[in-house]
Ligand binder design. Sequence first.
Ligand code: HGY
Ligand code: MN
Ligand code: MN
Ligand code: MN
Length: 412
Amino acid sequence: MSPVHNLKINPQRLAQSLAALGQVGTLEGGGVNRLALTEADRLGREWTLARMRELGMAVTIDAIGNVTAIYAGTEDLPPVMTGSHIDTVRTGGLYDGNYGVLAGLEVVATLRDAGVRPRRPIAVAFFTNEEGARFQPDMMGSLVYVGGLPLAQALATRAADGHTVEEELQRIGYRGPAAVGCPVVDSFVELHIEQGPVLHQQGLQIGVVEGVQGISWTEFTIEGVSNHAGTTPMALRHDAGVVAVRIAAFVHDLALRYGGRQLATVGSMQLSPNLVNVIAQRAVFTVDLRNTDEATLACAEAEVHAFAAQCAAAQGVACSQRRLARFEPVAFDPLVVSLIEQETRALGLSALRLPSGAGHDAQMLARVCPAGMIFVPSVNGLSHNVNEFTEPDDLAQGAQVLLQVLMRLAQR
Ligand code: HGY
Ligand code: MN
Ligand code: MN
Ligand code: MN
C-alpha cells in the first residue's frame, strides 16, 4: 500500500475543531451567526488563523480578506489547494463552509504528525463572504481571487445596513497586505456538506460533485403610493405590497411549472411603511432562481421580469430591478472528478455523482485551475438552518477522502 493509504485523519480532532469554531457567533438554542465581516466573522477568522499558525503554516491575507495557509512540500511548485468559507448566513449551522476549511487543516495536521511532506505544497484557504447574505454577490472573495470581479468594485459594495466591504474589512483588520489575484494553483478540491437531501435519502456516503448549477439573484423595488387602508377604494390603489406578493407567487409557481431542476425562492421582502392600516408605498424583495441548464435559467429570468413589468403596470406602480449575482452553470474537471471517485471507491465508500445545488468557492477556482468537490450527507437535507447536521462518521469519511485526493494531486 502506498504511504498515502496508511495516513488516517483523526476524527476526534476534527469533531473538536468543528465544535470549537461552532462556539464563535453561536446562537441561543444552537446554530451560528457569523455574517461576513461582522465581529463574529472576525472572531471566527482569528480562531482559524491561530489554528493555521499552530500547524506551522505560512499565512497570507489578501486585500479582500481571503486567507491562504501553506503547508510546504518538498518542492516549490504550485500548491494543491483546498478550503471553503467560514462566514455563515444569519441562521447558519456548524458545517456549511467550516467543515471544508477545518477538514483541510485536519489533513495538514495528519501529514505533520506523520512527518509527511508531499511533493507539492498544500494550501488551505478560506474566502471572504462566500454566503453573499450581507454583501452580494455570493462567493465574492473567491470571485475577486480569480479575477472575476474587480477589487475596487467589491470593496465599494454596500450592505443594506449601510456599510461597505472596505469599511468592514478595515474595521475587523482584514484588509490584508497581499495583492489579490490567484497565484498559480495546481488544483482545487473543496469538501462540503451536500446541503440537500439526495445522499441522506439514498443512504449514500460520498457525493462526487460534477459541477454547480447556475444562480440568478435579482432585487426588485416596487414604488407605489401609500394611502389609508380604510378609505381608499380598491380601484384607486397603487399598492406596492400586492404587486410584490403576486410576483413572489408567480416565481414559486414558475418553478413548479418548469419542473426538473428549476428552483425559485423569494427569501427576503421588506414593505414600507409596513403598518397594518397603510397601503404599502414600497416593497423591496429578492428573487433567487437556479437551474443546471443555462438556457432554462435565462428563460425563467425573462418570464419573471416580464410578469413583474406587466403586474406593476396593471397596478400603476413603478418596478425596478438590480442584479445581485449571476453565475452560469460550472462543470468541474473530469480528471479531478474521476480521482475523487477512485479514492472514494478505494475506501469502500458508497458514492453518487451529482451537481451542486448550492454555490461554492470551488466554482470560482474552476476558472483558473482543475477543480472538484466532495460532498457528505446532510441529515434530512437541512442547511442554512440552525439544525444543520452531518453524522460524525460521515464527516470523518469525507475528510479521509479529501486527504487521499489531495495527496494524489500533491504527489504528481
Ligand atoms: O447561495 C448559495 O448557494 C451559497 O450558499 N452562497
Ligand atoms: Mn457553503
Ligand atoms: Mn451557504
Ligand atoms: Mn455556498
